[in-house]
Write a protein that binds this ligand. Sequence first.
Ligand SMILES: NC(=O)C1=CN([C@@H]2O[C@H](COP(=O)(O)OP(=O)(O)OC[C@H]3O[C@@H](n4cnc5c(N)ncnc54)[C@H](O)[C@@H]3O)[C@@H](O)[C@H]2O)C=CC1
Ligand SMILES: O=C(O)C(=O)COP(=O)(O)O
Length: 400
Amino acid sequence: MTRIVLFENIHPSAKEVFNGAGLDDVVTHASSLPPDALREALATAHAVGIRSRTHLDATLLAGAPDLRVIGCFCIGTNQVDLDAAMLRGVPVFNAPFSNTRSVAEMVLAEAILLMRRIPEKNARVHRGHWDKTASGAFEARGKTLGVVGYGNIGSQVGTLAETCGMRVVFYDVEAKLPLGNARAMPSLEALLGQSDVVTLHVPGGKGTKNIIDAAALAAMKPGAILINASRGTVVDIEALHESLAAKHLSGAALDVFPTEPKSVDEPLASPLIGMDNVILTPHIGGSTQESQENIGREVAEKLVRFLQGGATKGAVNFPEIPYQDPVGSARILHVHRNSPGALGTLSSLMAEQGLNILSQNLQTRGQIGYVVSDVEGKVDDTVLAALRAHPITVRCDLVP
Ligand SMILES: NC(=O)C1=CN([C@@H]2O[C@H](COP(=O)(O)OP(=O)(O)OC[C@H]3O[C@@H](n4cnc5c(N)ncnc54)[C@H](O)[C@@H]3O)[C@@H](O)[C@H]2O)C=CC1
Ligand SMILES: O=C(O)C(=O)COP(=O)(O)O
């Protein structure tokens, strides 16, 4: 029996996919779990599904000996120790596209609201002030949007912004095809110096930590707006607070934070709380009915293809082998340390166990190699134990 444990209110479309594939042991949790409960839930799991809140580090993974695969039902995978998972022979999948439009629409909406100073005016009306003034309010048309990180989300934000007449510039560490009339900038500084609105769409992690710091904020135009719906670690929050307090920036919208509350009742701790010109949202950029339903299906299908066929195409940390129709009487998934002659060693081991190899596919990535073998012959517990016991073996499983 394959036990699948889903955390963080993953859309029911995922369970439908698992059940449709005959995988009925699906345990669902409405939220992420505190460390002890998480450890306990992982101890018996063969597959887990998480979103951005559940952090799976090397110690937690070591306490999950049966875990075969991890699904991130979101885009970001920085919450998982990807190398530790790989070295345990555990592929990690995500949903690279399904929520991108949802983020892009929210960012454009926030840009327009902030350019019109709607968050402040809304708060003031609620407090009894009727400030009917055009002061500080601007049209989007003709303004410059600077997109930092021109990937799946950033490029869509640019395309949507052009439909409102905005001029789009972007900066990316990789060469990117500009969509529409967007123009690539040679540096982050160049982008910051000419953008009325700067929006961040880079991945989390060491390479992007605090790329928007005090110096970057100072390089932005007076009165500019900053939007961050990427990862909280990308912006130095204290520096942003100072820049807003000094009225250098006119407003900001943040969906992600260096430390995010763990539950609905935990308040956000941030120096930005109470600033009327700052939109604060609880990491919901990708949270729409459409995106969550699609993500549930997309990632669950990837997990099923792996659990039932060994396919790792699209895995973010693993050698990629596409789905192939099985031939023979059994399919063996073997993960080994990537060393010269490993495939020969595995094939000899299989021959010693009386298995005839009908089809074999090897891919390597960094420190590991992954082999999918379709064989003729009897693969029972003794055979599996022999393959698992060999020193080159990291993991070995049989799929139906
Ligand atoms: N707020 C939310 O709910 C959501 C947040 N996200 C986050 O949005 C971010 C972007 O997602 P995608 O567009 O799908 O990723 P992507 O991988 O398609 O694009 C990221 C881009 O950033 C570029 N990049 C990396 N380091 C950079 C740097 N230092 N400076 C400039 N460019 C750099 C990459 O070359 C790439 O083109 C991720 O952090 C993701 O986790 C994604 C979905 C929902
Ligand atoms: O897709 C991402 O990377 C996100 O940040 C969205 O995360 P979530 O599924 O809303 O926890």
